[in-house]
Design a protein around this ligand. Structure first.
Ligand SMILES: NC(=O)c1ccc[n+]([C@@H]2O[C@H](COP(=O)([O-])OP(=O)(O)OC[C@H]3O[C@@H](n4cnc5c(N)ncnc54)[C@H](O)[C@@H]3O)[C@@H](O)[C@H]2O)c1
Ligand SMILES: [Zn+2]
Ligand SMILES: [Zn+2]
Length: 363
């Protein structure tokens, strides 16, 4: 089968014929239907995040189950599924504490399957499976807990986005920050993830939702998802503007780009007693400067949100239901569709700053 292979950072992905083993016990082989073009993959391509190489990237995906390994009970061949880039072991402290997005066993095994081995091979070498998903490929073998069954008629591109940007964005607002009705929110970075923070804040009943970006088109797009105000950080002092609009700072300031500079900005934008929620992944070694006195005297909270502090096994279905009942817009998020062999072009466009989300369509 074909896969996009990352051989070295700062080289284009290579479309190669690779081998995929059958699923072992508690694993599932799936045919990929759609894969989202998320910035997290780009961090690995640019060397801003580290993964074992060669690797197959792709972590925002939907698929159809082809074959199940021994002992699999959660899905059956033919089922439509959303892939989760944090499959859960069910018995570690994080899983037992209700925080399956932080599964210790997944963290310890990384881009290998839970038994520490890999199913993907190329030219006699094993390939790393990003997030145990590796959906920039025609097929994948994933843990049973890395796929969540959805209705047979649920649209597959929209399902793929629920696998990362929708759940990450909505969850950051609803499950991590727990935005309250009437509160003020600032969102720095309005791409695939940030737009979902905006709609999560709208759904939670936020009063003012201030979108901050460096791209006017992204800001205009954000108003479609619920932004009440927009600030272009290139043309204005975004901190001053947010403080003026909120009377001192936002109750919740979200960072959804991934840099030390924007993380500092989110911290500074939070009001006295407010919370900064960091969603973007800054490059390795790019550390933000945080005013420690403001942290104390202003009792600010600085927190990270991984996968929107969600529990994919139950929260994907909530996202599906929010979409099905018209409470969130996933259709307009998908602004462009590519074939697998256009993947480098897809990432060039992401870097250039095209609005919304791109999707690699397989089926
Ligand atoms: N926490 C998680 O679980 C999780 C999940 C998915 C993605 N991420 C991370 O979230 C971040 C966003 O991902 P995405 O796919 O939405 O990216 P994206 O490229 O679609 O969007 C990024 C947005 O940030 C804007 N931007 C760039 N520089 C800026 C600046 N200085 N100030 C304000 N805005 C700026 C861009 O114009 C763009 O609109 C990435 O770092 C990604 O790795 C985290
Ligand atoms: Zn992602
Ligand atoms: Zn676990």
């Amino acid at each position: 089968m074909k896969a996009a292979v990352l051989v070295e950072a700062n080289e284009p992905l290579r479309i190669e014929e690779v081998e995929l083993d059958p699923p072992k016990a508690h694993e599932v082989r799936v045919r990929i239907a759609a894969a989202g073009v998320c910035r997290s993959d780009l961090h690995y391509m640019r060397g801003d995040a580290i993964i074992a190489k060669p690797a197959v990237l792709g972590h925002e995906g939907s698929a159809v189950v082809e074959e199940i390994g021994e002992g699999v009970t959660r899905v059956a061949p033919g089922d439509r599924v959303i892939l989760s880039f944090v499959p859960f072991c069910g018995h570690c402290a994080a899983c037992l504490g209700g925080r399956a997005n932080l599964c210790d066993t997944h963290a310890a095994t990384g881009p290998n399957m839970f038994d520490g081995t890999r199913r993907l091979h190329w030219n006699g070498r094993d390939l790393a499976h990003m997030g145990k998903v590796a959906c920039f490929a025609e097929e994948a073998v994933v843990p049973e807990t890395g796929c969540v069954k959805i209705a047979p008629d649920f649209p597959l591109p929209q399902a793929a986005l629920i696998g990362c940007s929708v759940t990450t964005g909505l969850g950051s607002a609803m499950f991590s920050a727990k935005v309250e009705p009437g509160s003020s929110v600032a969102v720095i970075g309005c791409g695939g993830v940030g737009l979902n923070v905006v709609q999560g804040a709208r759904l939670a009943g936020a009063g003012r939702i201030i979108a901050v970006d460096v791209n006017d088109a992204a800001l205009e797009f954000a108003t479609k998802f619920g932004a009440t105000d927009t600030i272009n950080a290139r043309g204005a002092d975004a901190l001053k503007a947010v403080r003026a609009l909120t009377g001192g700072g936002a109750d919740y300031a979200f960072e959804a780009y991934g840099s030390s500079e924007t993380i500092t900005l989110a911290f500074d934008m939070a009001r006295r007693g407010g919370t900064a929620i960091i969603v973007g992944l800054a490059p390795v070694d790019d550390f933000p400067s945080i005013d420690p006195v403001a942290l104390v005297r202003q009792e600010k909270t600085l927190k990270g949100a991984y996968y929107g502090a969600s529990r994919p096994a139950i929260d994907f279905q909530r996202m599906v239901d929010l979409y099905a009942s018209g409470k969130i817009d996933v259709d307009s998020l998908i602004t462009r569709t590519y074939a697998l062999d256009q993947i480098n072009e897809a990432y060039e466009e992401l870097e250039r700053g095209v609005v919304g989300r791109g999707v690699i369509a397989f089926l």
